[in-house]
Design a protein around this ligand. Sequence first.
Ligand code: ADP
Length: 641
Amino acid sequence: MLHNYSIPPKTYFEIASLGYLLVLYLISFNDSNRERIRTYKLFRSLEINMLIALFVSILTYVFAYPELGTPIVICTILRTMDSIMCVMASRIFVVYMLEYVDSAKKFKWIRVFGNAIFGLYLALMILNLPLKFILWYNPDGTYMHGSLFVPIVFSPPVYYLTSGMILLIIRMRTLGSREQLSLTAASLITLFGTVIQAATDGAILLSLPFGSAGIFVLYFSLETADYHELIRSNDKLRIAEQDAIKANRAKSDFLANMSHEIRTPLNAVLGMDELIINEIGPEKIIDDSSVDRIRGYADNIKDAGHLLLSVINDILDLSKIESGKMEINEAPYTLHKLTDEVDTMIRIKAEQKDLKYIQQTDPSIPDRLIGDELRIRQIMINILNNAVKYTDKGEVKLEITSEKVSEDVINLRISVKDTGIGIKEEDLPYLFGDYKRLDEEHNRRIEGTGLGLAIVKRMTDLMNGRIDVTSEYGKGSVFTVVIPQTVNKKLNDGEDESSLKKDKEAAYKTPDCTYLVVDDNRINLIIASKFLDDLGGKVETSLNGPDSLQKMREKKYDMIFMDHMMPGMDGIQAYRKAKEDPENLNPDTPMVMMTANALHGVREEYLEMGFTDYISKPVDINELKRVVRLHIPQEKIVVGD
Ligand code: ADP
């Protein structure tokens, strides 16, 4: 049987909408990358739902007529589906809108309530099939609306759209103007279509076409690929800005902390110095008791100086590690000597605080190892210093054990246990962060830069080791470092590698040598001259570059120490001028850079420029002796005291 299906005029808007929505769907089809923007997924579901709703609606108005021969069951199903798809479209529309106006899900109940309404609506539509109280077909084929048709079919969409709009108004200030405008326009257009359709009892089918128009507005204002790109770059910028603010804050905290850490020992130096000056007094009479006191003040100055130096060394170490300049220098060493040294240092500190200090080294660990002794010592001292620093009573225990990894390699396990203040569990993840001091409330009294553990962690990593911490707040902590070390099998007991070292460090004098020290700072000249005096030779000094050049023309020296930063001609310029000067009597004299510039990599730079060696300030007397011994003509060295 052939049926004369015709397209009713009231579906023309829907057919047009189906066409343009299909085009829109195809335009927005090809960019999977955009799924990352969370509203886009919902937008796609909205598009698909609207397309299906339009399709079902057109089908319904073309086919759902029993007089055309369509079975009543099919007609009823089509009518039911038509309504369900419309309600679902409005539901998805509002869920989409909520992604903008309530992304933090503060108004969760609106979603829950919306779902409940949708569930109730679905149940009623299904119940309607046997009970026929919303829509149905009479046996003679006439289509009927019950008195509940409008309230049940139109209330959910109207509720969704109005609740969405109310929320939009409430949250308007949290949105950008573009979002405000497009969400308002799209929901008003959709609501408008729905209300007209409801008011005319379905005589004018505008809810879906207007809904589609709303989708159009949304697409071109909020969902195009370039707009998403803009949002993504804005998000990235925002994150970068926050990171920059955080980094800046960390830097300021660090500077504040550092300035405190530097001021404290400086204060001690200046204070003690003042006391020494007072002690000597205008009469310059020093009795025996004054000498003892002055000696005590001088000791304090020395301690403060060492503390200051350790702060600066920490900063340098960290910057070396950060820039990848820190190297691990592996060499043979003797474990028990290392632990003895550490023991001496820490025991004094622990005793000053009335703490018990226990050190246990497993005797089965091979004593002769190959590794970076200096760094291992630094790690041990850092952790032990912390243990003493953060413990007020009880004990600090250093335990060293090992486990065999292979024939030649062991894992050296250094474990430091204290009965101190402990670390809060929530602070543990930040323990190894740069410049990070924890529990500032309680630790304010305790001096520290927050660099120690950051360095320990980096050094351990560099040596392919690992560090673990367990701690109970208020009870104490255990820091365990495990570092692989090579067993020094070749070394037999008779031949001690340190004998070689000892020979190098043996006392010596240079009575026939003449040194020139160039520095614009008189105190530095005094210190360097005093140290060199100890070696026996003559020392001459010069306060600036040109004067030193003049001196080099007048006399042949055995070694020249040159400062870098000097007003006028600096040390490097002086060095170059000296090399070019035909009248210089010292073209081949070893010239050593002696400078406070101790940043990473500078040593290599100075050597590359041609300097014979490099010594950093504050000058360490042993380092100075090492350099002299290395570069002075061997015949001028007299070994022995
Ligand atoms: P600091 O110079 O502040 O001691 P560290 O990097 O060595 O810097 O330590 C970072 C922080 O870790 C300290 O400020 C302290 O809060 C905590 N900490 C380190 N060791 C201990 C410990 N043994 N007991 C308790 N807290 C510790």
